[in-house]
Design a protein. Structure first.
Length: 649
């Protein structure tokens, strides 16, 4: 059975940040992908050399970083790029080092930093890399890729916090069946600490870790931070634990902090009781941060489970964009454990639930005649590991949108965080879509890029509308900006209607109490969600119903009885699940549709091939739950979005 996908379907490489690139020169190796090698250097070598394959030397350069207490670009900050010869060879000088990473980059899309705490091999825009000595640069945990903090191993190589030595050795950082393990370990005479970090900003939302360790039994010199959000030393949110008489004065052994901690009111301390399983959570919003921790791993703790809760509303709430999540285990002032044994911390899981700023803006911007919407949290999806991201369904329409933004100087994989699509009718035709995009835009540069690209700029009631012309599936497309964080697009009449709605000159979607209610129900529940009309859903479902009279009956019944279809697709980091809600005209209709769904499920049990893929095997796992006017259909587990893909083919 072939599944055709349209709205949530094919892999979106451009907006998910899974880029590739054409290559032209050097002998083909590694399947034709860009590759770089480093000739094994002698200890402390001042000259490095190697070879680049499957690249064009005129557009590709080598960038070298060496590691001591952090990563330093070589040979000079003022000259960070190393040329590649016509035969693919390269050579460069370097300063003292403990480890080396060599990158292949395109200078037009990659700007080397003078120094880096994070591993440069994981930077966006890196085409290929090699490192010496060989060591892991990342781990996959809870469906996301986490970089590993590293330093050299001589006295001057220690780095904050502590300062300490930091290692990627598997005895220090590893992922096992029970979660992420960080362990303070003595290697070659030095105590090594562990830290991992996410590669992208996740922004406002709720961050949760489940901990499987006795953080009330730490060594006096140990500090455990199972969750902290870090941009810089003055923009940081922490949950930290320490041993008795250590970082946190007795009788307390835990604290919540909004850095800088020296500011009165930016720190609270509490006593972590004996517990081998506990949860730490931060809800980060523009005007407050709520920290809380509780016994056990329940998603809905009772009042008696709560260990401590604190809401911070001070002046040091970070702005999103530059921050990332970190987890670490380290030694106070770099001092050895008093017990002589290094502590270990196990994080069973990490989850993030985004707080969409876009969906509320949509209510003020979309005209009141929008019948259907489809939301995608691209920033959240980009933060997933490549494997988990590959199992997520994307809308190819978004890929076309991302490509159309290039003439305006917008790099979708870096600048776009959220997209909401809308349709006035029930066809869901890409050429009739309008949308609102949240991200980081520069209005002045927008106009400059447009001028250089020869794009038409049309004034409209104090706003500028940019005409892109034909963009393939999207037809003739127009854009306008609302400040530096919102961009609207669509056909010309759609863009002018959004300008008028936002200015209050015509009714917006906010006037629809039902849409506001559905948006409130779905917002923040998943990286992808939407609201469809029954007619559009019915037309999509028809090819998948059993043949003959049942198909005709079911299609007619669905069309007559269902007002709206709500869907959401949870990411792999939250276990993976797809839920569809059918909102019916009456409870009797809901009961009938639930019974019909169970019949389809029963048929699928007979027809689904053992171990097969596709819609029929997926339907075997469905959970059908009628409640009042609603029928909720849930498919748990990885790859569950295949059901939505079939529904919205």
């Amino acid at each position: 059975m072939k599944i055709r996908m349209s709205i949530i379907s094919a892999m979106l490489a451009a907006l998910a940040g899974c880029g590739g690139g054409s290559t032209t020169l050097s002998s083909p190796v590694n399947g034709g992908q860009p590759t770089v090698t480093l000739n094994t250097p002698s200890p402390g070598a001042a000259q490095l050399s190697g070879h680049a394959y499957n690249v064009n030397p005129s557009t590709t350069k080598v960038v070298i970083y060496v590691l001591t207490n952090q990563w330093y670009v070589q040979p000079l900050v003022a000259a960070p790029f190393t040329n590649i010869a016509s035969d693919g060879s390269w050579q460069s000088s370097t300063y003292p080092w403990q480890a080396i990473v060599v990158l292949l980059v395109n200078p037009s899309t990659y700007t080397p930093a003078a120094t880096k705490i994070t591993n440069p091999a994981l930077d966006p825009g890196v085409l290929a890399y090699t490192s010496y000595p060989s060591a892991p640069v990342s781990v996959n945990f809870s469906g996301r890729t986490w970089g590993i903090k590293m330093t050299g191993n001589v006295a001057s190589d220690q780095f904050q916090p502590g300062p300490n030595y930091w290692s990627a050795d598997s005895s220090v950082v590893r992922v096992a069946a029970d979660g992420l393990h960080l362990k303070i370990t003595k290697i070659n005479g030095n105590w090594q600490c562990g830290e991992v970090y996410l590669l992208q900003s996740l922004g406002y939302g709720t961050y949760t870790v489940q901990i499987n360790s006795r953080l009330d039994q730490l060594d006096t010199n140990t500090v455990a931070a199972p969750l902290f959000i870090y941009a810089d030393t003055s923009h940081e949110l922490d949950n930290e634990y320490s041993g008795p008489g250590g970082l946190i004065p007795s009788p307390n052994n835990a604290q919540f902090v909004a850095q800088p901690y020296t500011v009165p009111g930016n720190l609270v301390r509490y006593r972590q009781p004996a517990a081998s399983q506990l949860t730490s959570q931060m809800e980060w919003q523009p005007d407050h941060v709520t920290f809380r921790t509780w016994n056990g791993w329940s998603d809905n703790p009772t009042a008696s489970d709560i260990i401590y809760q604190w809401t911070y509303t001070g002046s040091y709430i970070p702005q999103p964009g530059q921050e990332s999540v970190h987890i670490n285990l380290w030694l106070l002032n770099g001092q050895a454990p008093i017990t002589g044994a290094g502590d270990e911390m196990v994080i069973q899981s990490f989850t993030f639930q985004g707080s969409s700023q876009l969906s509320s803006a949509v209510l003020d911007t979309f005209p009141n005649d929008d019948l259907q919407v489809s939301y995608t949290d691209l920033a959240g999806l980009r933060s997933l590991s490549a494997d988990a991201r590959g199992r997520q369904n994307f809308d190819p329409l978004l890929q076309t949108l991302g490509e159309s933004m290039h003439p305006l100087g917008i790099e979708a994989a870096k600048d776009v965080d959220e997209v909401m699509l809308g349709w006035h009718d029930e066809t869901m035709d890409p050429a009739k879509a309008l949308g609102l995009v949240a991200g980081r835009f520069k209005p002045d540069e927008f106009r400059q890029y447009s001028g250089r690209a020869g794009l038409a700029i049309i004034p409209y009631k104090g706003a500028d509308i940019y005409q892109l012309g034909s963009t393939g599936a999207l037809g003739s497309l127009y854009f306008t900006l609302f400040g530096d964080s919102l961009l609207a697009f669509g056909q010309f009449n759609d863009v002018t209607a959004m300008i008028d709605s936002r200015a209050g000159r015509s009714p917006s979607l906010k006037a629809s109490a039902e849409f506001a209610k559905w948006r409130g129900e779905l917002d923040g529940t998943a990286a992808q969600w939407g609201v469809l009309t029954a007619k559009a859903a019915r037309k999509s479902i028809e090819p998948w119903l059993p043949p003959g009279s049942q198909q005709e009956l079911a299609a007619g019944y669905l069309g007559r009885s269902v007002q709206r279809v709500l869907y959401r697709v949870q990411g792999e980091d939250r276990g993976g699940a797809t839920r569809i809600v059918l909102i019916c005209d009456s409870s009797e209709d809901a009961t009938g549709i639930a019974a019909l769904s169970r019949l389809f499920q029963l048929g699928a049990r007979w027809l689904a091939p053992p171990g097969g893929a596709g819609l029929l095997p997926a339907m075997v796992k469905l959970r059908v739950m009628p409640s009042g006017l609603r029928v909720e259909v849930e498919l748990p587990g990885p790859n569950s979005s295949i059901f939505v893909a079939a529904l919205l083919r």
